[in-house]
Design a protein around this ligand. Structure first.
Ligand SMILES: Cc1cc2nc3c(=O)[nH]c(=O)nc-3n(C[C@H](O)[C@H](O)[C@H](O)COP(=O)(O)O)c2cc1C
Length: 312
């Protein structure tokens, strides 16, 4: 099985990614949170830092782009090709309303004709840049019946792989992934498929493998945020290693402290991290309020030390 690290905007940037790669079972590929090209074509410094080769040493990183304009997609792709990237990924899954109302991300799925023209232009343009394309998609906007036509559409284009998060845009992250829709893709897609969705435990991973023994690519997202040891558990039956998680946490804290000025943005990021990881700590709930309220990094470090003290 090949394991991919899911793109997670605001969380899985290069600081988190490097810390993960240093301490835990490495992923075969790491997908960046989306780059959203703008009219002036410039990447933000946050986006640039995230894809700079110097910030991604030793990892296979696939940059992801979110747009519905082929010209923007290709312009950003050209910059990524200059940096040495060989593949880019198109985001057709983002369900957030601000993105979807602009017909981007999962919103682009509601305009299959326009999507087809976009892909024609993009595939042509990428050829001359010697870049390959993969797609990460949801199964439709509001009805799983939309998926059959989308699969037909994807079959017309050369993709390195099709990553499927089998939810509708309207599901957001509610309900459960639609395995019938994924089975439909297994039956009809000509592409290498990667499954993504709700693999949070070893048991969930096993259930997936039993249901889809022919699939050998899986993408993990929130499962890793909740438990960074998950891949080690899946591959080698490892236990949760809190010592490693503490070192990982400290690298992330140092990285954010260096990258941002002031305590506030650093703590904002750390609080988000804990919003996923706290349930991994049996006494985590006791510390939830203190973490939520803390305003100074020095104070935060004390709380983190106490919290890790409950498990070490
Ligand atoms: C905080 C957060 C940010 C995300 N950002 C992106 C993104 O930038 N691009 C993308 O394709 N998906 C994004 N996703 C979706 C994930 O990549 C993934 O498809 C989703 O979480 C389902 O997989 P999981 O159940 O393994 O987490 C994001 C998800 C979360 C929770």
């Amino acid at each position: 099985m090949k394991f991919y690290f899911a793109p997670m905007e605001g969380v899985s940037g290069y600081i988190y990614r490097n810390a993960y790669h240093k301490y835990f079972h490495s992923m075969d590929r790491y997908f960046t949170p989306f780059i959203a090209p703008k009219k002036n074509h410039a990447m933000s410094s946050k986006e640039k830092n995230d894809v700079l080769p110097a910030n991604n040493i030793g990892m296979e990183v696939i940059p992801q782009i979110l747009t519905n304009q082929a010209e923007y997609f290709l312009h950003t792709s050209a910059k990524l090709a200059e940096m040495g990237y060989k593949e880019v990924n198109l985001n057709l899954g983002c369900p957030s309303s601000t993105v979807v109302t602009k017909k981007k991300g999962a919103g682009f799925l509601s305009e299959p004709d326009r999507l087809e023209h976009f892909l024609e232009d993009v595939v042509k343009g990428l050829e001359s840049l010697r870049l390959q394309l993969s797609i990460k998609t949801r199964i439709g906007l509001r009805d799983a019946e939309e998926f059959a036509d989308l699969l037909d559409l994807y079959n017309d284009f050369p993709l390195t792989e099709l990553i499927i998060h089998p939810r509708l845009q309207t599901d957001l992250y509610n309900n459960t992934p639609n395995w019938d829709a994924f089975a439909q893709a297994v039956a009809t897609s000509k592409h290498t498929l990667c499954y993504n969705g709700d693999i949070f435990t070893v048991e969930a991973y096993r259930r997936f493998c039993e249901a889809f023994p022919q699939i050998d690519h899986v993408m993990l997202g929130r499962g890793i945020l909740r438990n960074p040891c998950l891949l080690g558990q899946i591959k080698d039956g490892e236990k949760v290693d809190y010592q490693k998680i503490y070192a990982f946490h400290n690298d992330i804290l140092d990285g954010y402290t260096e990258a941002f000025s002031g305590d506030r943005p650093v703590l904002f990021k750390m609080k988000e991290l804990w919003s996923h990881m706290l349930p991994l700590f049996p006494k985590g709930e006791v510390y939830a309020k203190n973490i939520r309220k803390v305003e100074r990094i020095s104070e935060y470090q004390g709380i983190a030390a106490q919290l890790f003290g409950t498990v070490l």
